[in-house]
Design a protein around this ligand. Structure first.
Ligand SMILES: *[C@@H]1O[C@H](CO)[C@@H](O)[C@H](O)[C@H]1NC(C)=O
Ligand SMILES: *[C@@H]1O[C@H](CO)[C@@H](O)[C@H](O)[C@H]1NC(C)=O
Ligand SMILES: *[C@@H]1O[C@H](CO)[C@@H](O)[C@H](O)[C@H]1NC(C)=O
Length: 460
């Protein structure tokens, strides 16, 4: 028996996209796969869901991974590898075929929200810089051909080495030889397509190279005196904010004050060689935990306080086949056996960081460590209805707020109502393992769900 008669007209996806608009910052994770010992993609998707991680970035368009991510409720950034940039720049029939085989084929069941065209192209030893913007434009035209240009944004992750200067942040500037050939045309493209500049930012590198000058607490989001920017008097409490503002200042300096930034990689290695100062598991835990906390408080950087910081952690797993220094193989949040390398609290299920010196800021409403349960809008109506009936019936969820006339009746959609009921059940059951499943119709999120004016309780 159906407890509620629902209009299905408003079935829609609810989460805010980092590429369009956000109320508070978002956490995603890079799913790198340069390893021979990682779990199967299906298991990885389960792991992401169990951690409340609902955004993932890939370095390619691997078919098994994109298939496993179908109908998972996880939003995906895919990549066109550097090695394919010259072909993509040369010929739109190439990008047509690439988009068809690597993107179109998986949508909409796999929720691809952006394409990273190349990665850290300016430091690619293949010298592919000249191909970048033409390749981005061709991919964009191909997306338009398949009517995917509205749903999918294009960008390209820059390494911070694209900056000639980053200190103080207000003096941030791009390397002069990149500005005319590639920076300006790329920013112009991002502006015209309402996309964001992707930036890979590693306070670890800056710290390791300048450990005598930079305080470790400042790099690790711990309590510290902060640094005042001598150019504009703004105070920085952590190095990542300073790095991002150096990028904003560099964009401003070339006339692009309005393009937004998404941090496509950041992380801290849990192990390193002897000369890699600062690498280690306690620091990795402090960095990643501090970062998650900082992002979810929802504030922007000192230069752009209104623009929440959206970041993708690097990386999901330790990758044993990466070359280079020891740190390269030790950025993972998880070991390949899915045990945590360090305890980063994405959600209530993870133990809190046991550091009595660490203080959670009281003033901003932090949702750190909280999780909610929501309906997967892509599961069948039948499954959602079944879950809703169970939650509100036998399950004992508090479903009064979604009755006609009550506060959460609007929006009147099955997904919104099911989400409310699923979350109530999940919270009542102390967010226990398996209490946010409903036959696969639900998943855990680490940011407060938004359906109209309805507020979803947490705790119980
Ligand atoms: C991308 O480049 C690699 C290396 O040249 C090649 O093996 C692969 O087939 C290319 N992929 C596509 C889709 O063209
Ligand atoms: C990279 O290509 C540019 C032209 O596209 C050329 O001027 C430059 O010398 C090349 N650099 C290397 C290291 O090959
Ligand atoms: C947490 O820290 C407190 C105080 O430092 C200590 O007494 C306690 O044993 C720690 N708990 C765990 C689980 O490490």
């Amino acid at each position: 028996m159906s407890l509620f008669v629902l209009s299905l007209l408003m079935l829609s996806s609810f989460s805010v996209m980092p590429f369009t608009h956000a109320d508070s910052g978002m956490i995603g994770v890079n799913y790198g796969r340069i390893a021979n010992n990682l779990p199967a993609p299906e298991k990885v998707v389960e792991l992401l869901k169990s951690q409340g991680i609902n955004r993932v970035k890939l370095y390619d368009t691997d078919s098994s991974v994109l298939t496993a991510l179908a109908n998972s409720g996880i939003k995906v950034v895919v990549s066109l590898p550097n090695e394919n940039l010259s072909a993509a720049a040369a010929d739109q029939s190439y990008t047509d075929a690439w988009v068809q085989d690597n993107v179109k084929k998986y949508t909409p069941s796999t929720d691809i929200e952006a394409i990273a065209v190349g990665n850290e192209v300016f430091v690619d030893p293949r010298n592919t810089t000249a191909y970048l913007v033409p390749a981005m434009k061709n991919v964009q035209s191909s997306l338009a051909k398949f009517s995917l240009d509205g749903a999918i944004k294009i960008s390209s992750p820059l390494a911070l080495s694209a900056l000639a200067n980053s200190y103080p942040p207000s003096a941030g500037s791009f390397k002069p030889d990149l500005i005319e050939p590639v920076i300006k045309p790329m920013l112009d493209f991002l502006r015209k397509t309402s996309s964001h500049l992707m930036v890979n930012a590693y306070p670890f590198f800056a710290y390791a190279a300048n450990a005598d000058k930079i305080s470790l607490e400042y790099a690790l989001f711990k309590e510290n005196a902060g640094n005042v920017d001598s150019g504009n008097g703004l105070k920085y409490e952590n190095l990542l904010d300073a790095q991002i503002d150096a990028v904003f200042a560099a964009m401003s300096a070339v006339g692009f004050n309005d393009v937004k930034v998404v941090v496509t990689e950041t992380g801290w290695p849990s192990a390193g060689d002897e000369n890699e100062i600062g690498a280690g598991s306690a620091n990795a835990a402090a960095y990643n935990g501090g970062l998650v906390k900082r992002v979810l408080t929802g504030n922007g950087t000192p230069l752009k306080p209104e623009e929440p910081l959206n970041v993708y952690l690097f990386a999901l797993f330790n990758e044993n086949q990466k070359t280079g220094p020891t740190s390269e193989r030790n950025y993972g949040l998880f070991y390949p056996n899915e045990n945590k390398v360090c305890d980063v609290p994405f959600s209530a299920k993870s133990a809190p960081v046991n550091d009595s010196k660490e203080k959670v800021p009281v003033k901003s409403p932090s949702h750190v460590g909280q999780t909610w349960c929501v309906a997967n809008g892509k599961t069948s109506k039948e499954k959602l209805q079944e879950g809703l009936d169970y939650a509100c019936g036998e399950g004992g969820a508090d479903c009064r707020p979604i009755q006609k006339g009550a506060t959460c009746y609007d929006p009147e959609s099955l997904e919104a109502h099911a989400s409310y009921a699923f979350n109530s059940y999940y919270q009542k059951n102390a967010r226990g393992v398996g209490t946010c499943d409903f036959g696969g119709a639900a998943y855990v999120v680490s940011q407060p769900p938004k359906y109209g004016k309805c507020e979803f309780p947490t705790g119980h």
